[in-house]
Design a protein around this ligand. Structure first.
Ligand SMILES: Nc1ncnc2c1ncn2[C@@H]1O[C@H](COP(=O)(O)OP(=O)(O)OP(=O)(O)O)[C@@H](O)[C@H]1O
Ligand SMILES: [Mg+2]
Length: 396
């Protein structure tokens, strides 16, 4: 059928034609936004889930709704190798300038800018373009200790005060939050703690791979009281079917029931894969309805596209020893595995796997769902590893 009219949208952060199965999380976000605006305490939200489940899409939708509810938003994406301080500083600068233009008495916005200037001065890395353009004297000693845990709290409090003074509310949205190091994560948690204690109109929405273990340590005990961690997961069979048939139906096309069941069997309900299968099946179908036969025909195309793109870009970032580790893990099947079992499959000592495991976690390829266990962050990656590295060469 006409590819131009194809309603499906496989891609990173590409809004799906139908955002199904996420009403409970959106409702939680609505309540949070409403309560914080009314200065009532509520837990901020950190969405966690595997690759391609729809975290970014959800975060974007929450941002849209926050704006609708009258919030000013700051939206950032963390990166593997970029420190958090400079990243957020430039966005907060824009926000404070924005607040400065809102009519209102008081000097809290100017103070916010001075505190931010102090924060930037205390950053260890150069942030030329941020410093430039911030034409204001720093408030000495306000946020320039160089310890992000202290400084970020002071910045957030100053921003919260400024927002309150201008009768505004701020939503900070951070994607890929698992790329923060322990210290940065700790700083963010502490900053939100301070903001909550003073009941400033500032709220945080984060999204990332399952990071609860990363919150271990001293910050953890109150992190659980400060944040709610909704799990963004695969769709149920009913929701997966809806994600396919509703957009098709809107274009006058139907899916046969066995076709829907086959897509669910293959995708296990993972949203990104659903979009891929929907997209290819649409293009291959000669006419409505989209049948089981069409879906089966689409499968080869989808798998080869996934292998060349979605899986491949991740695979290409791996060193040979990382590939072997993941291949051994894949050999044990999908799900969680003990590092000891992976070592056994590889034929090496478990102690020798520490460094490679740490690198894979840093790259966001695997995570630890519970102590000593490892799992893939990319759904169906085990099947891909078995396809791309057939045979036994990876065993030592
Ligand atoms: N609720 C949903 N229903 C149907 N499709 C969805 C849903 N949520 C997301 N998608 C689709 O899934 C794909 C992945 O979405 P998104 O990029 O938001 O995932 P992600 O969790 O942020 O992935 P990553 O961890 O790789 O950043 C997109 O093609 C999007 O259209
Ligand atoms: Mg994303």
């Amino acid at each position: 059928m006409d590819p131009i009219k194809n309603p499906f949208s496989p891609g990173a952060g590409a809004p799906p034609p139908e955002l199904v199965g996420r009403d409970p999380i959106l409702e939680e976000a609505r309540i949070l936004l409403g309560r914080i605006k009314q200065k009532r305490p509520e837990k901020s939200i950190l969405l966690t889930g595997l690759r391609g489940v729809g975290k970014t899409v959800l975060l974007n939708e929450i941002e849209r709704r926050a704006k609708e509810a009258g919030y000013r938003t700051v939206s950032i994406e963390a990166h593997e190798d970029k420190p958090f301080g400079p990243l957020i500083a430039s966005h907060l600068k824009t926000l404070l300038y924005d607040l400065d233009r809102v009519a209102g008495a008081g000097d809290k916005v100017k103070r916010g800018l001075r505190v931010l200037r102090s924060f930037i001065g205390g950053l260890k890395v150069t942030v030329g373009d941020v410093t430039m353009g911030l034409d204001i004297d720093p408030e000495q000693g306000a946020a320039d200790s160089g310890d992000i845990e202290i400084d970020l709290s002071n910045v957030f409090v100053a921003v919260g005060e400024a927002a309150e003074e201008r009768k505004s509310a701020v939503a900070v949205l951070i994607d890929e939050i698992q790329y923060f190091n322990q210290k940065e994560l700790g700083a963010l948690i502490m900053a939100m703690h301070k903001v909550q204690q003073r009941q400033f109109p500032l709220v945080l929405f984060g999204a990332g791979l399952p990071i609860l273990p990363g919150l271990a340590g001293e910050s953890k005990s109150y992190a659980e009281r400060l944040f709610s961690f909704p799990h963004v997961g695969a769709l149920t069979e009913k929701d997966a079917a809806q994600a396919l048939y509703e957009p098709a139906q809107a274009a006058g096309v139907v899916f046969d029931v066995p076709a829907l069941a086959e897509v669910f069997r293959l995708t296990k309900g993972y949203p990104y894969f659903i979009q891929e299968w929907g997209y290819q099946a649409w293009n291959l179908a000669p006419a409505s309805p989209i049948t089981l036969h069409v879906v089966k025909k689409a499968t080869a195309t989808v798998i080869s596209r996934l292998d060349q793109n979605f899986f491949r870009v991740r695979y290409d970032r791996l060193t040979p020893s990382e590939k072997n580790f993941l291949r051994a893990m894949a050999d044990l099947g999908s799900g969680h595995h003990r590092t000891g079992d992976i070592a056994n499959a590889l034929g090496v000592k478990v102690t020798s796997l520490g460094p490679v495991r740490a690198k894979l976690m840093k790259k966001g390829m695997i995570y630890s769902p519970s102590h000593g266990d490892m799992a893939f962050t990319v759904p169906l990656f085990d099947e891909f590893m078995r396809r791309i590295m057939p045979g036994d060469d990876w065993r030592v």
